[in-house]
Design a protein around this ligand. Structure first.
Ligand code: NDP
Length: 261
């Protein structure tokens, strides 16, 4: 086995790890030996995801209820996770909400903007702040290693007409990793954003059931298929491993070639 990818001494938090892309990443991390704490709001989804992860009989796993749009919920869940594992080496801030249907910018309500930013941006920043403090403290004691990985989106580059609040939160995550990658490099902490293209999940179930959408988009994806959550396993293991130690402040497109085509 290539020891670079043996994660048996590592602990990762994955927000939104109970389904979709987050669970795809969690599954691969656990199989690489990583201990994983998945955070989500839905207890039933948490239990189902936990059962799936446990079948691998590899890294330790736990699931916690957390609402990332609520700072006190993040703080409480962070404390509980640290209590359970003693350390956190990597933080995959993946929880996010979609636009909930397209709408003209001039009709966007302040509450829709607030909820989008509270979840997709504040929910990432707040968990990263706790993680970075913890990782810096460890680095100062000689254990310099940390990984901050938000799930951004192809929409952060393309923008998405009539879903502009979503695109704005994701573009902010790209700027965030560029800033954090530079600021935290001296502590051995890297920050890289993952930018999915069109991936099958609960979030896209509605639109991918639309024949017109499929007929329009699928021919424009060079790989000729939509992405699967499992397509994010390899990148998660790589980013969590020592193999990625010199890779930071980057935005990584996982879109089957869609953006360039
Ligand atoms: P899912 O809807 O399957 O996953 C979203 C996850 O986020 C769920 O686990 C959900 O858990 C969690 N979540 C949502 N809101 C909160 C909250 N307030 N607090 C805690 N957890 C929350 O969709 P995807 O897997 O597709 O989405 C994952 C990420 O990927 C998102 O950030 C999304 O924006 C991004 N993305 C997805 C693309 C796609 O094509 N699918 C494309 C580009 C980016 P629960 O239900 O328990 O709340």
């Amino acid at each position: 086995m290539n020891k670079d990818f043996d994660l048996s001494n590592r602990v990762a938090v994955i927000t939104g790890g109970n389904g979709g892309i987050g669970l795809g990443m969690a599954d691969a991390l656990v199989r690489a030996g990583c201990s994983v704490s998945i955070w989500g709001r839905n207890p039933q989804k948490n239990e189902q995801a936990l059962a799936q992860l446990k079948t691998h009989n590899a890294g330790k796993v736990e699931a916690r209820i957390c609402d990332v749009s609520d700072r006190s919920s993040i703080e409480e869940t962070w404390r509980a996770t640290l209590g359970a594992f003693g350390r956190v080496d990597g933080c995959f801030a993946n929880a996010g909400i979609g636009g909930g249907g397209r709408k003209a910018f001039i009709d966007r309500t302040p509450e829709e903007w607030r909820q989008m930013f509270a979840t997709n941006l504040d929910g990432v920043v707040q968990v990263f702040q706790l993680a970075a403090r913890h990782m810096i403290e460890r680095a100062e004691k000689g254990d310099a290693f940390g990984r901050l990985v938000p799930t951004s989106s192809l929409a952060s580059i393309s923008g998405t007409a009539r879903n502009e609040h979503y695109a704005a939160t994701k573009a902010s995550l790209n700027a965030l990793v560029r800033a954090l990658g530079v600021e935290l490099a001296r502590y051995g902490i890297t920050a890289n954003a993952i930018l999915p293209g069109w991936i099958k999940s609960d979030m896209t179930e509605g639109i991918m059931g639309n024949d017109k959408f499929v007929a329009n988009v699928l021919p424009r994806i060079p790989m000729r298929r939509f992405g699967e959550p499992s397509d994010f396993g390899g990148i998660a293991v790589y980013l969590m491993s020592t193999a990625s130690s010199y890779h930071t402040a980057d935005t990584l497109l996982i879109d089957g070639g869609y953006a360039i085509y």
